[in-house]
Design a protein around this ligand. Sequence first.
Ligand SMILES: NC(=O)c1ccc[n+]([C@@H]2O[C@H](COP(=O)([O-])OP(=O)(O)OC[C@H]3O[C@@H](n4cnc5c(N)ncnc54)[C@H](O)[C@@H]3O)[C@@H](O)[C@H]2O)c1
Ligand SMILES: [Zn+2]
Ligand SMILES: [Zn+2]
Length: 341
Amino acid sequence: MKCVVLKDVKKFEVSKMEEPNAKDGSVLIDVKKTGICGSDIHYWDLGNPKGLVMGHEFCGVVTNPGNRKDLKVGDRVTALPISPCGHCPACLSGNPQYCPETWNKAVGLSLTNPGAYAEKTALRSDLVFKVPSNITDSEVAMVEPTAVGLHAVNLANIKIGDKVLVIGAGIIGDICAMFAKMNGASYVAVSETNKERGAKSVSLKCADEWFDAKSENFTQEVRKNCPYGYDVVFDCSGNSAAVSTALTMARPNGTVVMVGVSMDTITIPSIVLVMSELKVLGAIAYTKEEFAQCIKLMSERKIDMLRFVDEIVSLDGVQEAYERLTSGVDAAIKILIDPNK
Ligand SMILES: NC(=O)c1ccc[n+]([C@@H]2O[C@H](COP(=O)([O-])OP(=O)(O)OC[C@H]3O[C@@H](n4cnc5c(N)ncnc54)[C@H](O)[C@@H]3O)[C@@H](O)[C@H]2O)c1
Ligand SMILES: [Zn+2]
Ligand SMILES: [Zn+2]
């Protein structure tokens, strides 16, 4: 079957691979739509691990239900792409995102389980969700990043009237901004280095205002409406320098949620953290309940995730889509892949 393989630094190759086998009761799917994630971009930037078939945000149609007696051929599904052990304290407490095994065999994030940048993939049966018929394939492919944003905002404990800053208005930043508003934030600002994305965050009604992180007067501008600092700051940029900005923009005793993944070891102004008694949290992935809640929110039309989808490309168009998403000037936020295109 056709797939896209990571070959080298910033280089994919359209290739052929063996179709996945039905083993360990896994559910086999024909992939309908797959999302390109900011985390995939980190792997592409590094060119590592070579041979990786990415794709952890997907919608598929069941071709073999494996050991799931409640599923049949033709059902539309998505799944948590993670690989929790199921018996450690984290798993038993309903927090598979903390399980030490969770990323080892993750679908599309490990060499062990090739992902959905391919015509077909195999899913661990206990993590598969059948999706309602009133949400489209593209929306289904948006469930995973939506759950990332929901989890981060749930951790932030936003209060009605809070003022929130989101650093980085990629899809994860926009989703955090969207849920922050739904949770009662009275003012949501985003900061961006990409002007198009900043403005788009406002036009898509995720943010009330955006600030140019490259501006000479950025610090004054971003504090314009919050001279004493923001109640909650999310870093969704994956940029190491932005973490210092996040700490300095929070109000005393405010909350900073780090969602962006930076591969570097970073230096932070720890004095700010101490003097302001900041609450700094990491946010990773989601729980199974949050994943299910995102499907429900879409099905009940409480959130519109299609507005974030800019384009749908074929497997042959993936390399170009990455170049667009990393250009720093393009307005595209979310590009999906349709392996049948
Ligand atoms: N914690 C998790 O569970 C989780 C899950 C998914 C993604 N992520 C991470 O979240 C980050 C965002 O994901 P995404 O898909 O939205 O990625 P993305 O690359 O599309 O978005 C990042 C945005 O940050 C902007 N940016 C970069 N440096 C900046 C700065 N100094 N100030 C302001 N903006 C800046 C970029 O222009 C870009 O628009 C990535 O690092 C990704 O790996 C984390
Ligand atoms: Zn992702
Ligand atoms: Zn576990």
